[in-house]
Design a protein around this ligand. Structure first.
Ligand code: NAD
Ligand code: ZN
Ligand code: ZN
Length: 366
């Protein structure tokens, strides 16, 4: 539980109300530690607290609130579900246009407060405790909107289902859905955490041509090669050298440059390496308020494009089971992203490792 952004999280015993109408109770099995949790933990994004962190989780359905019909939703008790961090509001301009992943009015952004302002979780002293993105997956159990719970195919490992809930949907979707990279096109992926490595897997899935993996940690490059990267670039202190290496691997620049870190300098690198007609796909999220710059003349004259990709343009109910099926067919080796399994009491340690760019996905198991 995070008392508020910018301070350490701690394990705490909370009480949890039963699910209300349209909600279910989930017993959590696995929760990934994503860099977006770290942005909140470090106070880089303004978010309310106290809050149960975590937005990359999977568990089993334990109880259904009033009005949730197991037969029509597939949410029968015992069923494995992956949790989605955007439940579309259904009414806004984006939802009406069929782009629910960018819904700005999602009830998920109330972080577990219902329309009456009540939360389901409480501290011993009665204080309301929020659930991050209304799923707060770093908890033994959680009450979530039924619409956030996506039934997964039989045999999906819970940790894989958890990662499908954020980094896989985000990275695979950025390449296959947001950018819709065609077969044979060249892709550079800058930053090889859970999100970037998923983008590498996505590029492989669509039969991209050259797939250039870029990171400042050599071990990440090795794994990227095993997941399908054709060229590896170890980013050093000089971005000019890194840019040259990416251009050399892609006949003058990649058709698509995916930024999966969230730093102005690497956003600028993604724009800088684009050839004429190339597209930068921005997936990494900076601290709020940061800006990046580019040479406008060159950008416009070369017909280049910048695309922001939120949640890999995921429609969770359709895409999550599809990614799980690809995993079960051996075409999306999500388990390779898992570095270590930890208890809730090591979440701060996992944040430290993420800060240092060390290791891959830590999975909290319960
Ligand atoms: N757009 C979305 O919907 C969405 C969803 C999830 C996460 N994110 C964001 O994506 C980003 C990546 O998330 P993650 O969990 O994979 O993070 P991560 O920390 O696991 O991975 C970041 C990687 O970037 C590398 N890196 C850092 N600085 C670098 C540099 N200067 N040059 C080269 N490599 C560098 C690190 O070594 C690490 O491998 C975060 O900003 C996160 O908030 C966005
Ligand atoms: Zn995430
Ligand atoms: Zn909406």
């Amino acid at each position: 539980m995070l008392p508020r952004p910018g301070v350490p999280s701690a394990v705490e015993e909370l009480t949890l109300d039963p699910p209300a109408a349209g909600e279910i109770r989930v017993r959590m099995l696995a929760s990934g530690v994503c860099h977006s949790d770290l942005h909140v933990r470090d106070g880089e994004w303004q978010r309310p607290g106290p809050v149960v962190m975590g937005h990359e989780g999977a568990g089993v359905v334990e109880a259904l609130g009033p009005g949730v019909d197991a037969a029509t939703t597939g949410l029968e008790p015992g069923r494995l579900v992956a949790l989605a961090w955007v439940v579309p509001c259904g009414a806004c301009r984006s939802c009406r246009a069929g782009r629910s992943w960018e819904c700005p009015d999602s009830p998920s952004f109330r972080h577990g407060r219902d329309a009456a302002g009540r939360t389901r979780a409480r501290r011993a002293d009665g204080t309301d405790v929020l659930a991050y993105l209304s799923i707060g997956t770093m908890a033994d159990a959680q009450v979530v909107p039924a619409a956030a719970a996506i039934p997964m195919p039989a045999g999906t490992p819970p940790a894989v289902a958890a990662l499908i809930g954020c980094c896989v949907a985000t990275g695979v979707g950025a390449v296959t859905k947001t950018a819709a990279v065609p077969a044979g096109a060249s892709v550079a992926v800058i930053g090889l955490g859970g999100v970037g490595l998923s983008a590498v897997m996505g590029a492989r899935l669509v039969d991209a041509g050259r797939i250039v993996a870029v990171d400042r940690v050599a071990a990440k490059l090795d794994l990227a090669a095993e997941l399908g990267a054709t060229d590896l670039v170890l980013a050093g202190p000089d971005p000019v050298v890194t840019a040259d290496a990416i251009r050399t691997a892609t006949d003058g620049g990649p058709d698509f440059a995916v930024e999966a870190i969230g730093r102005p300098a690497t956003v600028e690198l993604a724009l800088e390496v684009l050839p004429v007609g190339g597209t930068a796909v921005l997936v990494g999220m900076t601290p709020q308020g940061e800006r990046a710059g580019f040479d406008v003349y060159r950008f416009v004259d070369g017909g280049r494009r910048i695309v922001g990709s939120n949640y890999g343009s995921a429609v969770a109910a359709v895409d999550f089971p599809r990614y799980a099926a690809l995993h079960l067919e051996g075409r999306l080796p999500v388990e390779r992203l898992i570095d270590r399994r930890i208890g809730l009491d090591d979440v701060e340690g996992a944040f430290d490792r993420l800060r240092r760019g060390e290791g891959l996905r830590s999975i909290v198991t319960f």
